[in-house]
Design a protein around this ligand. Structure first.
Ligand code: SIN
Length: 188
């Protein structure tokens, strides 16, 4: 699969005729909503777990020193907590560009805190994309994050903003918080 997923995502027309669609964010989409939305609500999706397994060559790293950002990996029984945004379909031109380094739109059931659920979209970078880095220990991930920086800023800021946003939501993510804990050892 090519590194740039914009074209593939723009062929995904499932919600094109809808006046609005819910988008589930679990990474930077939680703490950086740089797109217009009609409403936002804490939510979760089932069967996926958040992992810092995706490489970032365009935002939080470079081609020679990629950073690490989150993607979702399938895990039966898991719940991934994040933020859902109600957007109009025209928001996806910007979102597809922003998530172009390997993320594909996937239709999924999004469940809100009140138990209601609705089919919406999530961006997931699978192991088949060229920027995928895969598993590493939380300590090694912290080391790589501490060293990486790209056009969107230091990779450390991504990690700390995500951890802060999850705390604000009252959600404990052992993987994210363990990487944050290891970071202290690698700070300059
Ligand atoms: C997301 O936040 O939902 C996707 C991953 C990212 O942009 O950090």
């Amino acid at each position: 699969m090519s590194l740039n997923t914009v074209e593939i995502n723009q062929r995904m027309d499932k919600f094109d005729r809808h006046a609005s669609v819910w988008l589930f964010g679990y990474g930077s989409l939680i703490f950086k909503a740089d797109f217009p939305f009609l409403e936002r609500r804490p939510a979760h999706i089932a069967g996926w777990t958040r992992r810092f397994w995706q490489g970032s060559h365009d935002h939080r790293g470079t081609h020679s020193a990629p950073g690490r950002v989150v993607t979702l990996v399938p895990e039966p029984g898991a719940l991934c907590h994040g933020m859902a945004y109600l957007v109009t379909p025209d928001a996806f031109a910007h979102l597809d560009y922003r998530e172009k380094n390997g993320y594909l739109r996937l239709a999924t059931d999004i469940r809100f805190e009140d138990g209601a659920s609705i089919e919406g979209l999530v961006y997931i970078a699978t192991h088949e994309n060229a920027a995928y880095l895969g598993p590493a220990s939380e300590r090694d991930i912290a080391r790589q994050i501490a060293a990486a920086s790209g056009p969107s800023g230091p990779n450390v800021d991504y990690l700390l903003e995500l951890a802060g946003a999850l705390r604000e939501l009252g959600k404990f993510d052992p993987h994210v918080f363990e990487i944050e804990r290891h970071l202290a050892a690698f700070k300059p």
